[in-house]
Design a protein around this ligand. Structure first.
Ligand SMILES: [Zn+2]
Ligand SMILES: [Zn+2]
Length: 243
C-alpha cells in the first residue's frame, strides 16, 4: 500500500524547514498526484503564519500551480482548535483563501477565553502527571466536536494528540458533518487502539505525514502499518491506494 497524496506538509512560513516549491518538487519526485501545504494557523503563539504573509503565500501557490500543472497543489492551513467551544483561529471568511482547511488542537494556541486557559492547563497536568483524565477527555471531546459542528473544515488533524478524546464520539460527529480524521505520522495519532475502536464505523480517514523537513514528505510507512495492525478497511483511507 502507498499514499497517492500528502495533504499535510509545513514550510518555513510556520515551523517547517522547506519552501513551498521544495515540497511540490519532492511530491513530484515521489510520484504523488497531490500535495497540500498546511502551515500553522495564526492563532499559534510560536509557529503561526503571520496573517499579513497570506497574500505572498497565495501568489507563490498560484505561480507553482502554473509551473507544475501535473500535480494538484492545495493551499491549506492547519487551524487551531482553541478550546471547549470549538472556536478556531479562522473566521468563516478566512476559509475562502484556502483550497482545503485542516484543524487540530495544539499546546501553543493562544487562548481566546479563560476557559481555553483551563483546557490547556488540564491537558498539561494530564500529560505530565496523569491527572484529570476524565475531565480532559470530556473537554477535548467537546472541543473537537464543537469545531466539527461549527466550521466547514475538511480534515481533523491528529485527534487525541496533546489531550485524550472519546474517539468514537468524535468519529460519529465527523461522519455526520463530513470530516476526515487524520492518521498523522509525526504525532502518532490516531493510534492503533483508536483505529480499532472505530473500525466498524463508516468513517473517512486520511494519512498525513505532517512533514517539517524534505525527507519526511510522503514518509508514512508507519501510518500504513497502523492501518494494517488495526484491521481497518484500507478503502476508508481516502489517500491510500493498494498497488
Ligand atoms: Zn498539528
Ligand atoms: Zn502539522
Amino acid at each position: 500500500m502507498k499514499i497517492s497524496a500528502d495533504y499535510h506538509t509545513h514550510t518555513t512560513y510556520s515551523d517547517g524547514r522547506t519552501s513551498h516549491e521544495d515540497n511540490v518538487r519532492q511530491a513530484i519526485k515521489l510520484g504523488l498526484t497531490a500535495i497540500g501545504i498546511a502551515d500553522h494557523g495564526w492563532g499559534h503563539a510560536f509557529y503561526g503564519i503571520k496573517k499579513d504573509k497570506l497574500t505572498a503565500i497565495k501568489r507563490e501557490i498560484d505561480r507553482l500551480k502554473a509551473e507544475y500543472p501535473d500535480i494538484r497543489i492545495l493551499l491549506s492551513i492547519e487551524a487551531n482548535i482553541l478550546g471547549r467551544s470549538g472556536q478556531l483561529d479562522l473566521t468563516e471568511e478566512d476559509f475562502e483563501s484556502f483550497d482545503i482547511v485542516q484543524a487540530g488542537y495544539h499546546f501553543g494556541s493562544k487562548p481566546s477565553s479563560f476557559d481555553d486557559v483551563i483546557t490547556h492547563l488540564i491537558n498539561y497536568l494530564h500529560r505530565l502527571f496523569g491527572l484529570f483524565h476524565q475531565t480532559a477527555v470530556k473537554r477535548n471531546t467537546a472541543a473537537l466536536i464543537n469545531a466539527i459542528k461549527r466550521y466547514p473544515f475538511h480534515i481533523l488533524t491528529h485527534p487525541g494528540d496533546k489531550g485524550p478524546v472519546d474517539i468514537v464520539a468524535v468519529a460519529e460527529a465527523s461522519i455526520e458533518h463530513n470530516k476526515m480524521l487524520e492518521i498523522n505520522r509525526r504525532h502518532h495519532y490516531m493510534t492503533v487502539e483508536q483505529l480499532k475502536q472505530i473500525k466498524d464505523m463508516d468513517v473517512k480517514l486520511v494519512i498525513g505525514s505532517d512533514a517539517h523537513t524534505l525527507e519526511d514528505i510522503g514518509r508514512v510507512e508507519e501510518c500504513i502499518q497502523r492501518v494494517i495492525d488495526s484491521g481497518i478497511d484500507p478503502a476508508k483511507v481516502v489517500n491510500l491506494r493498494t498497488t
